[in-house]
Design a protein around this ligand. Structure first.
Ligand code: ADP
Length: 542
């Protein structure tokens, strides 16, 4: 027997309809790419999103067609998300930090028909446009006044394009399993892989993100997503914030410490989210200028491990540091380190210990850890295993790839190695390909990196395994120092000594000007492994 409740498909555009109806005057503030701060509301975003839909529909964009965006976090970009999804087209967010060849590969793989872009990216796109024949037209997110001359095919300024629409258009209803958006993983190994979100998965993910132990913003809060709309489904914030009526502050193209600080401060932001590199820049800027952020209550940090020293810096500011783990394939929320009883009563180092874990999953994510044979290993906080996940917002396949990616029980292998303790708190040990295998035992590169950045002179640290004749691999610590400081190898080794097992100690330390990053802000280990592939450790003859 079926239930007698309404058939109300979970469609993304229902979120912005709700925001417009119930929180219509709530502000969305943008640092525009042109420069000035621009203010709009959810009601206006909804109206303009309908115009985007109307214009795309008029251009013959149909259910299932791909429309790409390569753009910063702005209100215009958000309007486009909803405008594209509202007609059942697929919003394909392209990461502008990828190499031009990767952008070409992704756009051709997705067969995008329209490309919506910011002024910033016109020069990159002009160089590669002839290699992307599926793109019929380019829409530049600006007005006539700022629109430059460009060779891009059928280029039009967004504001001019929108003027042609009267907004007399209604979104259609369709099956909630219809594809809504796509995002390619950065492909640090092999080709990029397309993750295809559905309307249903995005709506369920928004509800999951809204719980108090997750992102948990309310109508009375202000959220500044530093995490770009083009990175891993914007961590769901493009859906969760409007669904709650939370004020949004969009940082545009400027993500340096001073610019992010300015918006956090002037807009009295209560919640913000981004990768550790961004917070490193912010904290360095605030320390140098002796600044505070009295309104900021929560910093969500994920994408890479949040170092303990960073968590402490935010906690000392009186702000909650919420460490999150996830991935593009998970929409992307996997786990969050909220403090459940009795851990909420912890203080000092013990509290930091809990906050430094990657946390536990919200309802909607199931996880397990297994050995290489696929057998579950215990949740004892000690046994490492391959981390596997399932849930309604977790990928079951990649776009146009036939390979099976789920195990017999329907779990997806995240490629991460982790421990889980008896209270369900998960701790990432490493990416399975980054873990250092020393004499058959595993050393966590992440643990060593987190410890090294705790040294007051170290800005960023990376650890890779380097060939060793006796142990196979031993850890090499690569450090980028803070500006204008000098430091010796021994100073850092002394600092680490006693804080980890002796056999985990790095065999050597090298100092570099800058640590390379991927397009999503992670340490580019492949480049470091390449750079140091012939590195000879001082004790390698032993
Ligand atoms: P991309 O490879 O495109 O950057 P993702 O953002 O999806 O893609 O990367 C997901 C991976 O990032 C995870 O599988 C994990 O290895 C790493 N990661 C994410 N959050 C954390 C975290 N809090 N701690 C450690 N690693 C993390």
């Amino acid at each position: 027997m079926l239930g007698l409740m309404q058939d109300w498909p979970l469609l993304c555009h229902r979120i912005i309809e709700h925001a417009a109806q119930v929180h219509g005057n709530q502000e969305v503030v943008t640092r525009s790419v042109e420069g000035p701060i621009v203010r709009t509301t959810y009601a206006q975003i909804h109206r303009r999103a309908l115009k985007v839909s109307q214009m795309l529909d008029r251009a013959g964009i149909k259910l299932g067609d791909r429309v790409a965006t390569i753009a910063w976090n702005t209100a215009r970009h958000l309007e486009c998300w909803y405008g594209i999804m509202g007609i059942g087209a697929i919003c394909h967010t392209v990461n502008p930090r990828l190499f031009p060849d990767q952008i070409v590969w992704i756009v051709n793989h997705a067969q995008d028909r329209v490309m919506i872009t910011d002024l910033t990216f016109i020069p990159i796109l002009e160089k590669i446009a002839d290699k992307m024949p599926s793109v019929e037209r380019y829409i530049v997110l600006t007005d006539a006044e700022h629109m430059p001359q460009t060779t891009l095919k059928n280029a039009v300024a967004y504001e001019e394009w929108l003027k042609e629409a009267d907004g007399d258009f209604a979104w259609k209803s369709f099956d909630e399993n219809t594809a809504a958006a796509m995002c390619y993983t950065s492909g640090t190994t092999g080709d990029p892989k397309g993750v295809l979100y559905s309307h249903r998965s995005n709506v369920l993910h928004a509800l999951m993100a809204n719980n108090g132990d997750s992102l948990g913003t309310r109508a009375s809060d202000t959220m500044l997503p530093v995490v770009p709309l083009f990175h891993a489904n914007s961590w769901g914030i493009a859906f969760s914030a409007p669904s709650m009526g939370t004020k949004l502050v969009m940082p545009g193209a400027k993500l340096d410490g001073a610019s992010v600080y300015e918006l956090l401060s002037t807009e009295k932001v209560t919640h913000t989210a981004g990768v550790p590199t961004v917070w490193l820049m912010l904290l360095q800027y605030m320390a140098k200028e002796k600044l505070t952020l009295p309104d900021l209550r929560m910093v969500v940090c994920g994408g890479s491990a949040m170092p303990r020293s960073m968590i402490k810096a935010f906690v000392d500011m009186g702000c909650e540091a919420r460490h999150a783990w996830g991935m593009t394939e998970m929409s992307p929320i996997g786990t969050l380190a909220a403090l459940k009883p009795p851990f909420d009563k912890l203080e000092g180092d013990e509290r930091l210990d809990r906050l430094s874990t990657q946390g536990y999953p919200p309802f909607g994510v199931q996880m397990k850890i297994t050995d290489d044979a696929g057998t579950d290993v215990p949740w004892d906080g000690k046994t490492f295993g391959r981390l596997k996940v399932s849930g309604p917002a977790v990928a079951k396949a990649y776009y146009r790839v036939d390979t099976e990616i789920l195990d017999d029980q329907g779990f997806f292998d995240t490629g991460d190695v982790a421990t889980v303790d008896a209270d369900a708190y998960m701790r990432i040990t490493d990416r399975s390909k980054d873990v250092i295998k020393s004499g058959g035992e595993w050393i966590s590169s992440i643990d060593l990196e987190n410890l090294a950045v705790g040294h007051p002179k170290v800005a960023e640290a990376a650890v890779i395994g380097v060939y060793h004749p006796k142990w196979d691999e031993r850890p090499l610590l690569i450090c980028q120092l803070k500006p204008d400081v000098t430091c010796t190898r021994d100073e850092i080794l002394q600092y680490m000594d006693g804080k980890i097992a002796k056999w985990w100690m790095p065999d050597d330390i090298v100092f570099v000007e800058a640590i390379p990053h991927t397009a999503t802000g992670k340490i580019l280990k492949t480049a470091l492994r390449d750079q140091f592939k012939t590195y000879s450790l001082p004790n390698a003859a032993a």
